[in-house]
Ligand binder design. Structure first.
Ligand code: COA
Ligand code: MG
Length: 295
């Protein structure tokens, strides 16, 4: 895997209803890092088949440019899931998002089905973590990535909230366990981790606070439902100027002739180790990838 592929920005991952032609068109012009063309929750049962055709048509001309394009299919246990997967397998997109996964076995079943449908090995797979059972089985789900195309987790916080019967609060107290479990498992197995949506579209301060929280917890970015949310997520999930300045200073310090071959140095009174160098290089690579995407 190249460094750029590994550091693909996922600050803003916008859901776009597959039944909404205007929104799918608009998404081609929006500064989201990724678009998730949705056939599941955003599409009513009667519109599922037409939406599948519309999504295939929308991605046909490759007009989403450098944005990562994913298709969220219906679950394999529904009447639409298999046809959705077959379409996604041949659509030429970057990845598929699969809802309601609860076990490692579910990941392997989707992977087998995609293979059978002729999907390229490069087609990625993200799964929704949106049930209590998925949270309890999180390690097994993540571990399925070793033998499948699984590359990411997406939190389905609305579904989780419904199943938990917990009280939703602005600080997401009831969800912290699930959010952290998913991030830890994702990191343990080298997967992307994308936070859930923020429903209150007009509340920019609330969205910003939740993005900050997601970033603190370790997420790569946030799934979004409206174009007005993109800028906030992009800003908050980008490395800050101060952070980048510190990272560059660490890289420069380790590059000095007197520091060659050293595992630990002192920089402005702080102990800096090789692990900090690796962190600094990663941050700079993320910043480079973000700049490339914007250019
Ligand atoms: N992706 C792309 N474009 C979108 C969009 C989205 N998710 N949501 C809204 N837009 C577009 C609208 O088409 C409209 O475009 P126009 O100016 O060209 O007409 C513009 O942004 C303004 O939209 P607005 O009128 O503010 O919103 P709305 O009332 O049309 O739609 C929602 C509100 C919530 C229904 C809509 O944002 C939506 O469907 N979001 C995604 C929901 C989803 O996918 N849920 C499943 C995952 S949780
Ligand atoms: Mg859901």
């Amino acid at each position: 895997m190249t460094a750029i592929a590994r550091f693909r920005p996922r600050r803003s991952c916008l859901y776009v209803p597959g039944a909404n032609a205007r929104a799918m068109e608009k998404a081609k012009t929006l500064p989201a890092d990724a678009v998730i063309l949705d056939l599941e929750d955003a599409v009513a049962p009667d519109a599922k088949t037409d939406a599948r055709d519309a999504v295939l048509a929308a991605v046909g001309d490759r007009a989403y440019g450098a944005r990562e394009v994913l298709i969220r299919v219906n679950g394999l246990d529904t009447g639409w899931g298999r046809d959705d997967l077959a379409m996604a397998a041949s659509a030429g997109v970057d990845g598929v998002v699969v809802p309601k996964v609860t076990r490692g076995k579910d990941v392997r079943a989707v992977d087998r089905y995609l293979k059978k449908a002729g999907a390229s090995p490069d087609l990625g797979l993200w799964v929704m973590i949106e049930t209590p059972l998925a949270v309890l089985n999180i390690k097994k789900i993540a571990k399925a990535s070793a033998k499948t195309r699984l590359t990411g987790f997406v939190m389905g916080t609305n579904d989780l909230a419904r199943e938990y019967q917990a009280v939703p609060t602005p600080d997401r107290l009831a969800f912290l366990f699930s959010l952290s479990a998913a991030v830890v498992a994702a990191r343990a197995y080298g997967l992307a981790a994308i936070d859930g949506v923020y429903n209150d579209i007009k509340n920019e301060a609330g969205l910003a606070a939740e993005c900050e929280q997601g970033r603190v917890l370790g997420f790569d970015g946030k799934t979004l439902i409206h174009p007005s949310q993109i800028e906030v997520a992009n800003r908050i999930f980008s490395p800050g100027e101060a952070e980048l300045g510190d990272a560059r200073a660490v890289v420069e310090a380790f590059a000095l002739p007197e520091n060659q071959g050293r595992g630990v140095i002192s920089l402005n009174g702080q102990m800096v180790e090789l692990l900090h160098l690796a962190q600094a290089e990663r941050l700079i690579a993320i910043d480079d990838a973000i700049r490339k995407l914007a250019s």
